[in-house]
Design a protein around this ligand. Structure first.
Ligand code: UDP
Length: 348
């Protein structure tokens, strides 16, 4: 491998796999994915190769990022790394509420180890997956990047607040290091090929996979977690954003720091569409595009949920020259096509 490489941690995961596709299609970089399949499948790599037609430019390593020595050793003889996109993390709010230490240990220790790798191999460009959950229960909407953090509503959100601080501090005290923190709102949908998409190993906890599995009959009945919030229809409001739009923002963020377009060593961007969608509106959108009636009931509020959050995305549009392309109906349609692909793969 003579060309430069980008390391993608969590490359077999949901956003990681979509980003690898964009890296292979939009850039000349080789890609080295690191994933231990804790919430993903090795088969994803075959699907990426089949979608992109690329066999050689993608290599992958099965390493637990909490094992620092193993990580550093694996890269002993690998050089010419232009940057790291760090996705690998646990991401379930309810799981983090029931097992906080698992989240503090996994998410923050792996981040520190990946930064060790940057130091060891003199890798100076770093992109960190953050989350809109860092804002907490915020009053002023849409939320801008300079909004002060409210207390984290879950241990997951807290690991992202801490993670951002670690990256900021490391960047500040490491000469030549440049980082971009991307705060994702609610990534949903799947690749246009319908060959890859969100594939949680256990029961899903996110709204859109629960909707599509309910429609497919895998989940008998789903619940709306609370209809007594002070929102337009009583259900929580989120800013759902298509995973391909998120992936595309990573390519632009990489270009931004590699070409020295950044104004500060740490740059921070919201990645959302700017549109708030309630749980009932999401369900209506799905019913419209699929022509199906979803079997759902209203249940109690869920611990760790914020009431409403959506992005002001002006900064990412201006600085990264990024524009989200998918609306909620298109997001639901692509998620539904992916679910249908999964269902037909298991019945054939
Ligand atoms: N939600 C719901 N029923 C479900 C799963 C989620 O009503 O079965 C709601 C959840 O309470 C939240 C919204 O859908 O208000 C988005 O939840 P998700 O877990 O997808 O994202 P997050 O809460 O992390 O933003």
């Amino acid at each position: 491998m003579n060309a430069k490489s980008i390391i993608v941690t969590g490359g077999a995961g949901y956003i990681g796999s979509h980003t690898i596709i964009e890296l292979l299609e939009q850039t000349d970089f080789n890609v080295i994915s690191i994933d231990n399949f804790s919430n993903s499948s090795e088969k994803t790599y075959e699907r990426i190769s089949s979608i992109t037609g690329e066999q050689k430019r993608l290599t992958h390593l099965n390493i637990n990022l909490c094992h620092k020595d193993e990580l550093i050793n694996a890269f002993k003889n690998i050089n010419n790394i232009a940057g790291i996109i760090h996705f690998a993390a646990f991401k379930s709010v309810p799981e983090s509420v029931s097992n906080p230490l698992l989240y503090y240990h996994n998410n923050n220790e792996s981040l520190v180890n990946v930064l060790y790798l940057c130091k060891e191999k003199n890798i100076n460009h770093f992109i960190f997956s953050s989350s809109c959950s860092v804002y907490g229960n915020i009053d002023k909407l849409p939320v801008t990047e300079d909004s002060p953090f409210q207390p984290a509503e879950s241990p997951y959100a807290h690991t992202k607040q801490i993670g951002e601080e670690i990256v900021k501090s490391f960047t500040r005290f490491t000469r030549g290091f440049n980082s971009v923190l991307l705060r994702y709102f609610n990534p949903v949908g799947a690749h246009k090929s319908a060959q890859i998409g969100e594939l949680p190993l256990g029961a899903p906890t996110s709204l859109v996979p629960i909707i599509t599995r309910t429609a497919a009959g895998i989940i008998k009945e789903m619940h709306v977690h609370g209809s007594d919030y002070e929102t337009r229809d009583g259900s929580c409001i989120r800013d759902y954003i298509h995973v391909t739009d998120i992936a595309d923002a990573h390519i632009k963020a990489l270009d931004y720091i590699l070409k020295h377009k950044n104004k500060n060593n740490v740059s921070l961007f919201n990645l959302g569409t700017g549109n708030g969608v309630s749980v009932f509106e999401a369900i209506n959108s799905f019913e419209k595009i699929s022509g199906l009636k979803l079997n759902y009931k209203v249940g109690p509020r869920r611990d760790g949920d914020v009431m409403a959050i959506y992005a002001n995305n002006d900064l990412a549009k201006k600085e990264l020259n990024w524009e989200p392309k998918f609306n909620i109906d298109e997001m639901m349609l692509s998620a539904w096509k992916w679910q249908q692909h999964l269902s037909s793969a298991t019945t054939n």
